[in-house]
Ligand binder design. Structure first.
Ligand SMILES: Cc1cc2nc3c(=O)[nH]c(=O)nc-3n(C[C@H](O)[C@H](O)[C@H](O)COP(=O)(O)OP(=O)(O)OC[C@H]3O[C@@H](n4cnc5c(N)ncnc54)[C@H](O)[C@@H]3O)c2cc1C
Length: 434
């Protein structure tokens, strides 16, 4: 049996890795000249940037975490997170609810007051279960934390009305115990989101080194620069074409984004096409900045809810590993989401870079006189948007794929907010089933 794997991002590569271990015959078809998908790192004049967005290796799933780290061998460093929210010029410890004492006093008071008031209302049964993301922020954290940070930040990253987003994603956010909120307000140190407090990162080569580690033993089973354009089933055989060449497989596993997969299939029922057309996602721009500064700061990354700053998150790769910047230099990676057709999507690359540097200089995160290099990249598929109707649509699509016998997995192949650990875990599950 020959298995065709569509897409050579982490999902495709990890599937290949595990299929090889089990002795299966397979071929990965990847449209780009290189594999890795979002795990792409680019090195320019000694600066390595993760151009698919800042990626760190962490997980609650110890088995998968240990496995990913072991694949990197000696090429790995372990860091303690030092992440902040940049709020009205203050560096507030992350997660925000664990850093209330870093806020101006009045803001700190309002966050604590509304959190407690909200808790009392909840205890008295006066609050209804939230039905969308916006309501969930108020329900879980109260008006202070919701309006000062969670709502502006989430509006900025999602570029989608929060009242039209489901609570599926936010329900993953750990809910802090009331003691922690009080301690945080008083300035007694607490930690939130603890499974990410320590994280791993490749010493050399950026996050692409992880994709390369998966790729190494299966290099001869990958066909790059092959864009899947047409898929048909002829007498139980899958025929996959890039418009020039046809390849045949007994089974197909797709990790390519669902809209791309459905577009390539023949005679897709109308309701499935409509469901796919209704799926929402965000695209991503990353701006890499090289600085002539030996130590810009000690931060891992910063969240920026401020609407006047274009980027919502900046990370500092040279703080993840000193080997991803030339000696004596620092690096910054800014992330900007957009949706096709919006104002940002229409901005020229040069404008985005200039605006990013200007904004970061204005708020004091960098000094633009120290900028020695910039890069810019765009990724069409970056974040799945969990709008209210998303689950219904996905059910229709998944039902159809099950009927025709195509397995779908990966971040956009399964249309889930899946981090690397989840993607690798999904691959182990699929390989057990094949
Ligand atoms: C900004 C950002 C930050 C992140 N940070 C983290 C983090 O810190 N830690 C973490 O664990 N995870 C993180 N993630 C998640 C991580 O990137 C994903 O879990 C992982 O990369 C998903 O891999 P994938 O193979 O499913 O998808 P992709 O990487 O999107 O791969 C899909 C592949 O399919 C190919 N393809 C598409 N269409 C076709 C076609 N028609 N024919 C052939 N090939 C095709 C693409 O070129 C691509 O290579 C982050 C994601 C983003 C966007």
């Amino acid at each position: 049996m020959t298995i065709g794997i569509l897409g050579g991002g982490l999902a495709g590569l990890s599937l290949g890795y595990f299929l090889k271990e089990k002795g299966y015959d397979f071929l990965i078809l990847e449209k780009n000249p290189e594999t890795g998908g979002l795990l792409k790192s680019v090195t320019v004049e000694g600066f390595t940037f993760d151009v698919g967005g800042s990626h760190i290796i962490f997980s609650k799933d110890k088995q998968i975490l240990d496995f990913m780290v072991s694949l990197l061998g000696n090429n790995v460093v372990r860091n303690r997170r030092n992440t902040k929210i940049f709020y009205k010029g203050h560096y507030v410890k992350y997660p925000f609810e664990n850093g209330l004492a870093d806020l101006p006093k009045q803001d700190n008071f309002e966050c604590l007051y509304y959190f407690i008031q909200n808790l009392i209302e909840k205890e008295k049964g006066r609050l209804k279960q939230p039905t969308n993301m916006r309501k969930w922020f108020y329900y879980t954290f109260g008006k202070g934390i919701a309006e000062k940070y969670l709502i502006p930040y989430n509006e900025k990253i999602w570029k989608f009305p929060l009242e039209k987003m489901s609570t599926v994603w936010v329900e993953r956010i750990p809910q802090p115990p009331v003691e922690d909120i009080i301690k945080s307000s008083l300035g007694i140190p607490t930690e939130g989101y603890t499974h990410q407090l320590y994280f791993y990162y490749p010493k050399y080569g950026g996050i692409q080194a992880l994709a390369e580690a998966f790729e190494k033993p299966i290099k001869d089973k990958i066909c790059t620069s092959f864009e899947v354009k047409k898929i048909k089933n002829e007498n139980e055989i899958w025929v996959v074409s890039n418009g020039k060449e046809e390849l045949e497989f007994d089974r197909l596993i797709s990790t390519i984004p669902l809209p791309e997969l459905i577009k390539a299939l023949e005679d897709v029922p109308k309701e499935v096409v409509e469901a796919v057309n209704g799926l929402r996602y965000n695209s991503l721009i990353t701006v890499g900045i090289g600085l002539d500064n030996p130590k810009l700061n000690d931060f891992s990354w910063l969240y920026i809810p401020d609407r006047d700053v274009l980027t919502h998150r900046v990370s500092f790769p040279s703080n993840y590993s000193p080997y991803v910047a030339p000696p004596g230099k620092s690096s910054v990676l800014a992330e900007i989401t957009y949706r096709e057709g919006d104002e940002i999507s229409r901005m020229k690359d040069k404008e985005v870079v200039e605006r990013t540097v200007e904004d970061l200089n204005r708020v004091g995160i960098i000094n633009s006189d120290e900028v020695i290099l910039t890069t810019i990249y765009r990724f069409k598929y970056a974040y799945v948007i969990y709008d209210i109707e998303y689950r219904e649509r996905l059910n229709v699509i998944e039902g159809y794929l099950r009927d025709i016998g195509i397995i779908n997995t990966g971040r956009f192949g399964s249309w889930e907010y899946a981090n690397m650990d989840t993607v690798v875990r999904m691959s182990t599950g699929i390989v057990d089933e094949v």
